[in-house]
Design a protein around this ligand. Structure first.
Ligand SMILES: Cc1cc2nc3c(=O)[nH]c(=O)nc-3n(C[C@H](O)[C@H](O)[C@H](O)COP(=O)(O)O)c2cc1C
Length: 378
């Protein structure tokens, strides 16, 4: 890790260490990947304003997100099948996040279960919920998250139907999964990955395993998941979730001002401006282009978080300057996980922290609450 200086370095190492199908799964966006690209392109177009001769010797990146103290305005977002990038991936990533003083979000579709993770870490984590057709199962998931003392529930609202990622179909990561000879051969060239995943606690969706009746293997579980995304999902379901989960609620996947206004009225603690990392509606706007519009509409009523395309601390500064309270990352830490397990995730967080700190200095701010639109060139 000594020569790793940026997230791109972690990505390059992960590409060598993680089997092609699982690396591609992380990297890909949906369809023509227009929105995936727009997330990056538009972030880079937000220009920072260089300031000089300001005393920046008392810099501090600490702040709060949904009322929790964080050492920097960053959290690890939910990523399905993290435990297939590296064995016990959710546990490793969560430990790195907690050591760095930032939150970790476990996906509904994680490989470790809620209970596995709760037993392996000593601080609360956030749990991300997909509301599936089987509401009895969803209720039990919420209850399990409460029993595990999760400190926030992240309700993802942008996945009623699944955007298609061409590469996943070509690689056999479809529903049901189709293990191809070329994948097996490729896996054999990654012995470190094979060893880590085989020695991991689980190899299938941990939160479903043993909880969904009659589902004994990966294929049937994946089929069940594929059939469970609920096209009827609507705002009434948020009320239902709220009636079961009285704790902090974060609504993730808002990309429209009108939707933001409705989300702000649900009593949720925060919303995340997000297009699911460019994996859902291709052709949708970049997250960063919608962030200031959402902040202007509802920023005084509800905490606004942001994700989509963040690869640097400069990106975090850009999002904060446009009104985000904090940011979530997906691929940036998964590349770290694939590259070096827990140390790799810690490295990813550290890279972003240092870049943020230096960029705060060069834009003339000492504290996170001093960051505003004035740090941008307009
Ligand atoms: C491989 C992968 C799996 C994901 N799985 C989930 C998920 O299970 N639940 C969810 O709400 N978001 C999921 N997301 C979206 C992320 O939480 C986040 O919105 C996105 O990755 C942010 O963009 P970034 O990767 O450019 O940082 C996933 C993203 C990726 C890349």
């Amino acid at each position: 890790m000594k020569n790793v200086t940026c997230i791109e370095d972690l990505r390059n190492i992960a590409r060598c260490k993680v089997p092609r199908a699982f690396f591609d799964y992380v990297e890909a966006g949906s369809y023509s990947q227009e929105t995936l690209r727009a997330n990056r392109v538009d972030l880079e177009q937000v220009k920072l304003r260089q300031r000089v001769m300001v005393d920046v010797s008392s810099r501090d990146t600490a702040t709060t997100m949904v009322g929790e103290t964080v050492s920097l305005p960053l959290g690890l977002g939910p990523v399905a099948m993290t435990g297939l990038e590296r064995g016990n991936g959710e546990i490793l990533a969560c430990r790195a996040a907690h050591a760095a003083g930032i939150p970790f979000t476990m996906s509904t579709l994680s490989i470790c279960s809620i209970e596995d993770l709760a037993a392996a870490v000593d601080k609360p984590f956030w749990f991300q919920l997909y509301v599936m057709k089987d509401r009895g199962f969803v209720r039990s998931l919420i209850e399990r998250a409460a029993a595990a003392k999760c400190s926030a529930l992240v309700l993802t609202v942008d996945l009623q139907v699944l955007g298609q990622r061409h590469v996943d179909i070509k690689n056999g990561l479809s529903v049901p999964p189709a293990l191809k000879i070329k994948n097996l051969i490729n896996m054999m060239t990654k012995p470190g990955w094979v060893f880590s995943v085989l020695s991991g606690k689980r190899w299938t969706f941990g939160n479903l395993d043993g909880h969904v009746k009659g589902m004994g293997n990966v294929k049937s579980l994946a089929q069940w998941v594929g059939s469970q995304f609920d096209e009827t999902l609507n705002w009434k379901d948020v009320e239902w979730v709220r009636s079961i989960w009285p704790g902090k609620l974060i609504i993730k996947g808002i990309l429209d001002v009108e939707d933001a206004r409705v989300a702000a009225k649900t009593g949720a603690t925060a919303l995340v401006v997000s297009n699911h990392g460019g994996r859902q509606l291709d052709g949708a706007a970049s997250s960063i282009s919608m962030l200031p519009k959402v902040v202007d509409a509802v920023g005084s009523e509800i905490e606004v978080l942001f994700d989509g395309g963040i690869r640097t601390g400069q990106d975090v500064l850009r999002a904060l300057a446009l009104g985000a309270r904090g940011c979530l990352i997906g691929r940036a830490y998964i590349f770290g996980l694939g590259a070096g397990g827990e140390a790799g995730v810690a490295k990813a967080i550290d890279i972003i922290r240092k870049e943020l700190e230096v960029s705060m200095a060069l834009t003339g701010v000492n504290r996170v609450d001093e960051i505003g639109r004035h740090v941008l060139l307009r």
